[in-house]
Design a protein around this ligand. Structure first.
Ligand SMILES: *Cc1c(COP(=O)(O)O)cnc(C)c1O
Length: 341
């Protein structure tokens, strides 16, 4: 039994999802003739109350397309220092869109309306880049699965409106936030200009991300997806997995959150753990005490067939998911409590 807690992307399709994939009706999506892809996109539109959605192969590509939609070369994006678009998209914002990022030191990956307001360059001061886009992440990845307060998002939206800025949400794990906080997806749909939601994280599909927005903004998205090389053909097989996930894998995220919080409480009681960050969803971030090298700890776990990941700067990360069973949970808790460094 291998217990893989490195990411919620390691899941394999369940039997039910495999059946849905096998039975999918498909067509050529580049002609917009794949009925299952069209259905998935419509499902997301209905869920979020937005009027255009487009299937992308990856979350990175969907975020990059959103940046392209909202900016011109030379413009600037406001985002958190820890944001995925800045840290984990291979410099794509600069490469694909020719834009720079104004980084804000937020709290657990989350920024405030005041911080955004202070970071906007005066549009008539031609020496500085033109601020065009504000980007948030919910839940935050490097911030340990933290969830924004919806009121703060509304306050940031007000700043965006006052200054004519576009507003994009990297919602790779937005479904986790919605489940954890019991929020209505339509609230998000009414605030953001564009939202990306990954199907391949907690939702457990092999691949895919949906980018949503309103028609006027999204009009160019299909061309941008093509330019980025992401126009695909019979993607109904993967869209079927996404529809199956919406029907079967959303509410169950509670289980992932519960297990993550149980792991966090155990870690808090162990004397070789220095700190455990607040755990709100399916990500647990923690630090070892001085003198215990992270590599040694990770290797010791690995020898017991347990995999976790390091995010640098002493951060260790555990992510619970669909394929992390109660049997694995029992075993992992046992290994942790018996561990002596
Ligand atoms: C995983 C993730 C993405 C997208 O990553 P892909 O691997 O390209 O699908 C984007 N943003 C965040 C916060 C993520 O965690």
């Amino acid at each position: 039994m291998i217990i893989d807690l490195r990411s919620d992307t390691v899941t394999k399709p369940t039997e039910g999802m495999m059946d849905a994939i096998m039975q999918a009706r498909t067509g050529d999506d580049v002609f917009k003739e794949d009925p299952t892809a069209n259905e998935l996109e419509q499902r997301f539109c209905d869920l979020f109350g937005m009027d255009y959605a487009l299937f992308f192969p990856t979350g990175t590509m969907a975020n990059q397309a959103a940046i392209k939609l909202h900016t011109q070369p030379g413009d600037q994006i406001i985002c958190d220092t820890w944001s995925h678009i800045f840290n984990y998209e291979a410099g794509g914002a600069a490469f694909n869109s020719g834009v720079s990022c104004k980084l804000i030191d937020g709290h657990r990956g989350m920024i405030t309306a005041e911080q955004v307001e202070r970071s906007i360059n005066p549009p008539d001061f031609y020496h500085s880049p033109l601020t065009k886009l504000v980007e948030l992440e919910n839940t935050t990845n490097k911030g340990g699965g933290a969830c924004y307060d919806l009121n703060e998002i509304k306050r940031i939206k007000k700043v965006c409106d006052t200054h004519g800025l576009s507003f994009h949400l990297d919602g790779a794990r937005l479904m986790n936030a919605l489940v954890a906080k019991g929020e209505d997806p339509k609230d998000y749909g009414s605030i953001f200009d564009t939202i990306s939601v990954c199907l391949s994280k907690g939702l457990g599909t092999p691949l895919g991300t949906v980018l949503m927005g309103n028609k006027e903004i999204m009009e160019k998205s299909i061309r941008i997806r093509k330019i980025f090389g992401g126009g695909m053909r019979q993607i109904g097989f993967m869209a079927a997995a996404g529809i199956y996930a919406l029907d079967h894998h959303v509410d169950r995220m509670k289980e992932d959150h519960q297990r993550a919080s149980e792991i966090a409480s155990i870690l808090k009681g162990l004397d070789f753990i220095h700190e455990v960050e607040p755990t709100e969803t399916n990500i647990v971030i923690f630090y070892l005490i001085d003198g215990i090298p992270e590599n040694r700890f990770m290797n010791d776990l690995s020898n017991k067939n347990i995999r976790i990941s390091s995010m640098g700067e002493g951060k260790l990360r555990i992510v619970t998911h669909l394929d992390y069973t109660s049997e694995m949970h029992d075993r992992f808790r046992e290994v942790l409590t018996q561990y002596s460094p």
